[in-house]
Design a protein around this ligand. Structure first.
Ligand SMILES: NC(=O)C1=CN([C@@H]2O[C@H](COP(=O)(O)OP(=O)(O)OC[C@H]3O[C@@H](n4cnc5c(N)ncnc54)[C@H](O)[C@@H]3O)[C@@H](O)[C@H]2O)C=CC1
Ligand SMILES: O=C(O)C(=O)Cc1ccc(O)cc1
Length: 295
């Protein structure tokens, strides 16, 4: 079992707060120090027992830290790396929980130079549309996957430490390249968020929005839950990962056009064939997920 003396959570929200709670529950950390943008948020996180102490600045935060998790919106990570670098001790490992990986590894290479060996890019595949330390849960990562995307310069000891820390949270760790990561998550995560936001936004702008929302039921709720996600966080993800996201959007628009053609032709068989293939693929995916959870 990993035993960390001091960890630093930079951005104590759902992801950082849940990491802290999970490590505490596992008995894997002695002290959790929080640093962030808003004092009141940090005070609240301390009251909730998510962090033990608040750092006033990076110098204090980094002193004697074994592990630092960057858990703010991805657009703010570059500035955080710049701010922590002057205080980075030789034994400290820095990781992140951001939803995009190529930009963050590139920023780390640029900013940290040779010390990029101490940086391990990561992404927990768990979360929700709810943010903030109050939403943090010790079991958020239990039986969930975490993707680590080390670069050629990533140190093996740091990689092992970060892997062990996530495993202490109950997660299963996968390794991907940053490019493969960003391509996969553009498809299965970033595109669905964009679609949900687009649908709700389009309805909300209509003259009869009240009527539409008044009659909307479970299907609409399921499809659009993620449109309740944090706008700043999703702004950053979409902008940073826009190249693969635009490719996914193009593919989806082509699929919509094919459905439109089938509809216009009243091609019932064609439409049913698409729906049946999609249902089968989703059933098989859900079945695979439940088998994995039982392993
Ligand atoms: N919400 C989710 O389901 C998932 C989110 N992520 C990633 O984790 C990161 C954090 O997301 P959440 O915890 O959901 O967000 P959150 O909104 O719950 O927490 C983010 C925290 O960062 C702080 N913060 C914002 N700007 C900052 C800055 N410039 N410097 C320091 N702190 C700052 C905020 O005050 C807040 O406490 C993001 O990079 C996101 O892409 C990854 C996996 C899942
Ligand atoms: O709300 C949901 O279901 C999500 O999809 C949560 C989520 C958001 C961002 C990520 O990078 C990973 C998972």
């Amino acid at each position: 079992m990993v035993k960390l003396n001091k960890i630093v959570i930079a951005g104590v929200g759902l992801i950082g707060g849940s990491f802290a709670l999970a490590l505490k529950q596992a008995g894997a950390v002695r002290e959790v120090v929080g640093i962030g943008r808003t004092r009141a948020t940090l005070e609240r996180a301390k009251q909730l027992g998510v962090i033990d102490a608040i750092a006033d600045d990076w110098a204090g935060a980094m002193q004697g830290a074994d592990l630092v998790l960057l858990a703010m919106p991805v657009g703010a990570m570059e500035a955080a790396l710049q701010a922590l670098l002057p205080h980075l001790e030789a034994h400290t490992v820095v990781t992140d929980g951001g939803s995009t990986k190529r930009d963050i590894l590139q920023a780390a290479e640029r900013i940290l130079g040779a010390r990029v060996a101490q940086f391990v890019p990561g992404h927990p595949i768990a979360g929700s549309e709810k943010g903030g330390a109050a939403a943090a849960q010790a079991d958020l990562y239990r039986d969930r996957r975490v993707v680590l995307t080390p670069g050629s310069a990533t140190g093996t000891d740091g990689l092992a430490l970060v892997r062990t820390a996530w495993e202490a949270c109950g997660a299963k760790v996968d390794i991907l390249s940053t490019a493969a990561h960003d391509r996969v998550f553009a498809a299965v995560s970033h595109l669905p968020h964009l679609l949900a936001y687009a649908l709700v936004h389009e309805f909300a702008a209509r003259d009869n929005a009240g009527e539409l929302f008044g009659f909307a039921a479970g299907g609409f709720r399921d499809f659009t839950r993620i449109a309740s996600s944090h706008p700043e966080m999703w702004r950053d993800i979409c902008i940073v990962n826009r190249a693969p996201l635009i490719a996914e959007l193009d593919a989806y628009m082509a699929a919509l056009l094919r459905l439109r053609t089938l509809l216009a032709a009243a091609d019932a068989n064609g439409l049913e064939a698409v729906f049946a293939a999609a249902r089968q693929a989703r059933d098989e995916w859900l079945h695979g997920m439940s088998e994995n959870a039982e392993e």
